[in-house]
Design a protein around this ligand. Structure first.
Ligand code: MTE
Ligand code: HPA
Ligand code: MOS
Length: 778
């Protein structure tokens, strides 16, 4: 390292809180970032494809795979009976999810066998040659059918209650009830699922997997192979998006690739094509919410009773925690004096639904916001007025208790909403829109301001831990590894900033390395938006340990008190001397100081008793608010989002450039969920929307025409998080609820706002048109 270039620089290049670009941004754009399918294939690599069932629910009477085996290029055909360990990859421990179905199929598209061939094309062609006889059994795929067919559950439901909801409803001056359907969502990550398994000696195997949860892939591969976890190494450098879709859904591809690789003693790569990926992997849960609310003439809520029924698919997967999180967010930012919320995680003959950005929270919140809208229309008031009348109160007040009895102590929703209301000119624009709608015949406009309060922490308390491994080499360069995974969200950049800041070196001195189960064990999924909270702190802890050793070394060597030793830009200050960092490290090495450390962090304070429905599952809350303005065409139902203003809270941002990107991306993804993305199963239980031709994600041209995104710069996390920042990945997704409510207002104008349009999600142009027609004939 050249001393002279650093001598006069007073700062480092990218400390915490600086707007550094994503470390791979230029590589994403140029196509030089390596994803698993870009890695050079090892000599002799074979390829896998799935053989999938084509009944929603049926016994497999016979299965003739001879034509598959005889097809050109086929090396092996694997069935459930070939799984050497346990044919189960259930992440919930309920043993309800086979790697490959045996004896019966429980959804249309369920994997029954896998073909391993010389090329992917050969494997895929051969997979279609199976002759399978079925005896069909009754199936139900939709929430309504399932409720009518006995409502079997995949996991235990949850009840949250406080006060006395029935009495509260009965004594309220006004009351209303209704139902709302909220659709699911496909993850549509740009890089689909993929696994590359490379067999090692004895029982060993290395799997490159596009996963948010390498430790779980490791455990699942171990179980399926019948080998201990120490035989399996799972690695991932980056994903081309995960969005929750790679929290558990990677297990199947990794398990199949690993089993085949061990059996055939050759590398096996498994990359399903988009149709297979969309058919065979779980999605966001769709819900049917039934609500009953009691309120007064001022719009103050007295009591809420609501049931959240969810299409979970054939197995439990993550449906327990997802439906729990829906209940945890049914209140959004509002105090319910009396409340009873119940979940119904329904077993359906569809693919098993899974994590998706917000993890049930968005569905919970959309239900809560519907109640607000209903009250506003019933009273003929601006929904914003109802929202404000029901915000949680001061910390410590009676109005600060959530339905799970955790007090809201960091409430800033009032300030966020007031600032946004002013900066977006909400009141004047709403008045202008009301005016416009009085005279405009075909085009109608709507505007809505909705808040977000989102709980941060895994509700499974033990997941809130993380580890990091940091090495400082003799030349002063730093090697960073932690348990988190990179899926485009910028986690690696943020954690590298934490480390650069801790040692006061340039970010270029910190090498970001692939996540591997061999360096940091027993990690949690990178999920629940907690990646930087957990791994940032673990890396910080590793740096602290190394720095403590370095300080002790310097104090002894140069005989200065430890308080007079400090890490300053590119140097270590020892008394009056400034020693360049690399020289200092070299001296420490020669003095035999250990320059490597494993850091660890666990979130303090949180606890949760699910059976009682009481606890403090969240370390803190993240807040935000959005104003959306839309126009609809009342003759066709088509619409556009004209303008969006957002004020979002990330505490003291670790990296404002990345955080703004997260807010924008989350908003657009949320908007897609609530507007154009519709999943459609036919009466045979077959998913008909399994490709971009039939499933419509937002295009660049669908973005808001004016899009003003601001971070609440004054905000600081009241808890001791890394740099006082807050999690950002999921909370802004729910800002898109403002688009749904703005569409609702535009529709309501057709009947002079006399009725809440009860627009279900997704509000596709068809649904908007149907809602307009209903109101026209009121
Ligand atoms: N951003 C990008 N670009 N790609 C993704 O897959 N996943 C989201 C969010 N932002 C995702 C993303 C989800 S579902 C979560 S939980 C968080 O990122 C996870 O990362 P974090 O905890 O590091 O924020
Ligand atoms: N969020 C995201 N993923 C999870 C959670 C959660 O609360 N619990 C288990 N996996
Ligand atoms: Mo995000 S749904 O918690 O992976």
């Amino acid at each position: 390292m050249d001393k002279t270039t650093f001598e006069d620089r007073k700062t480092i290049s990218a400390p915490m809180h600086s707007p550094l670009r994503h470390d791979s941004a230029h590589k994403h754009v140029a196509g030089t970032a390596d994803y698993i399918d870009d890695m050079p294939e090892p000599e002799g690599t074979l390829h896998a494809a799935l053989g999938m069932g084509d009944r929603a629910h049926a016994e497999i009477v016979s299965m003739d795979l001879s034509a598959v085996r005889a097809a050109p290029g086929v090396v092996w055909v694997m069935t459930g009976a070939d799984v050497p360990g346990i044919n189960d990859i259930s992440p919930s421990g309920r043993h309800d999810e086979p790697v490959l179905a045996e004896g019966k199929v429980v959804f249309h598209g369920q994997p029954i066998f896998a073909v391993i061939a010389q090329t992917r094309e050969a494997a895929r062609r051969a997979a279609r040659l199976a002759k399978i006889e079925y005896r069909e059994l009754p199936h139900w795929t939709d929430v309504t059918d399932t409720l009518a067919s006995g409502a079997q559950l995949v996991t235990d439901p949850l009840t949250l209650s406080r006060g006395d909801a029935d009495t509260g409803l009965a004594s309220a001056p006004r009351r209303l009830s209704g139902q709302m359907r909220i659709g699911g969502q496909d993850h549509f990550y740009l890089e689909g699922h993929i696994a590359l398994a490379i067999p090692g000696e004895d029982d060993e195997v290395t799997v490159w997997s596009s996963t948010q949860h390498p430790s779980e892939v490791q455990h699942m591969v171990g179980h399926a192979l019948g080998v201990p976890s120490n035989a399996v190494t799972v690695q991932v450098r980056r994903m081309g998006g995960g969005f929750g879709g790679k929290e558990t859904q990677s297990n199947q591809f990794a398990a199949i690739a690993a089993i085949a690789a061990k059996k055939l003693k050759r590398p096996v790569k498994f990359r399903p094509d988009r149709d297979e990926d969309m058919t065979a992997t779980g999605k966001r849960h769709d819900f049917l919410v039934s609500y009953d609310a009691g309120f007064d003439d001022e719009g103050r809520i007295h009591a809420v009773k609501a049931n959240y029924a969810a299409r979970c698919g054939f197995s439990s997967d993550l449906s327990g925690p997802v439906t729990d999180r829906a209940l945890f967010h049914a209140d959004n930012a509002y105090f319910y004096p009396h409340v009873k919320l119940t979940s119904q995680p329904l077993k359906t003959h569809t693919v098993s639904n899974t994590a998706f950005r917000g993890f049930g929270g968005p569905q919970g919140m959309v239900g809560g916001e519907r109640i607000i809208e209903e009250i506003a229309y019933a009273l003929g008031k601006d929904p914003l007025e109802i929202r404000k009348a029901n915000f949680y109160g001061e910390a410590g007040s009676e109005r600060s208790l959530t339905p799970y009895h955790q007090p809201v102590e960091d409430n800033i929703v009032g300030r966020i909403v007031d600032e946004l209301e002013r900066s977006s000119d909400y009141q004047a624009r709403r008045a202008a829109i009301l005016d416009f709608n009085r005279t405009s015949r075909v085009i109608r406009k709507g505007i809505a301001l909705t808040p977000v309060k989102f709980g941060i922490s895994f509700t499974a308390t033990w997941f809130n831990q993380a580890g990091a491994l940091v090495h400082v080499y003799q030349d002063g360069s730093i090697h960073l590894n932690h348990g988190g995974t990179e899926m485009g969200q910028g986690l690696f950049t943020k954690v590298a900033q934490v480390l650069a800041d801790a040692f006061q070196v340039d970010i270029t001195q910190v090498k970001i390395t692939a996540t591997t189960t061999a360096k940091v064990p027993n990690t949690s999924a990178t999920a629940a938006s907690s990646g930087s909270d957990l791994n940032g702190m673990a890396a910080f802890d590793a740096a602290r340990q190394i720095k403590e050793r370095l300080v002790a070394f310097a104090a002894e060597k140069w005989n200065v008190p430890p308080e007079e030793i400090a890490f300053v830009p590119h140097h270590v200050r020892v008394g009056d001397a400034l020693i360049p960092f690399a020289d200092f490290i070299r001296q420490a090495y020669l003095a035999r100081v250990q320059l490597s450390a494993a850091g660890f962090y666990k979130t303090p304070k949180i606890h949760w008793d699910r059976a009682k429905g009481i606890g403090s599952p969240f370390y803190y809350f993240a807040y935000g608010a959005a104003v959306s303005e839309v126009s609809i065409d009342t003759l066709t139902g088509e619409y556009q989002v004209d303008r969006v203003d957002i004020l979002h809270d990330v505490g003291r941002s670790l990296n404002p450039a990345i955080d703004i990107g997260q807010v924008e991306g989350a908003f657009v993804q949320g908007m897609g969920w609530l507007t154009t993305e519709e999943l459609w199963w036919d009466d045979k239980g077959r998913l008909r929307t399994h490709a971009p031709s039939t499933y419509k994600i937002p295009l660049a041209s669908d973005r808001p025409k004016v899009f003003n995104v601001q971070l609440a710069e004054w905000s600081e996390n009241a808890e001791q998080t890394i740099g006082r920042s807050k999690a950002v990945g999921e909370p802004p997704f729910m800002l898109a609820i403002s688009v749904l409510e703005a569409l609702s207002m535009a529709v309501a104008s057709v009947a002079d706002y006399r009725q809440c349009p009860r627009l279900d999600a997704p509000a596709t142009p068809e649904r908007v048109l149907m809602a307009v027609e209903r109101l026209k004939h009121l």
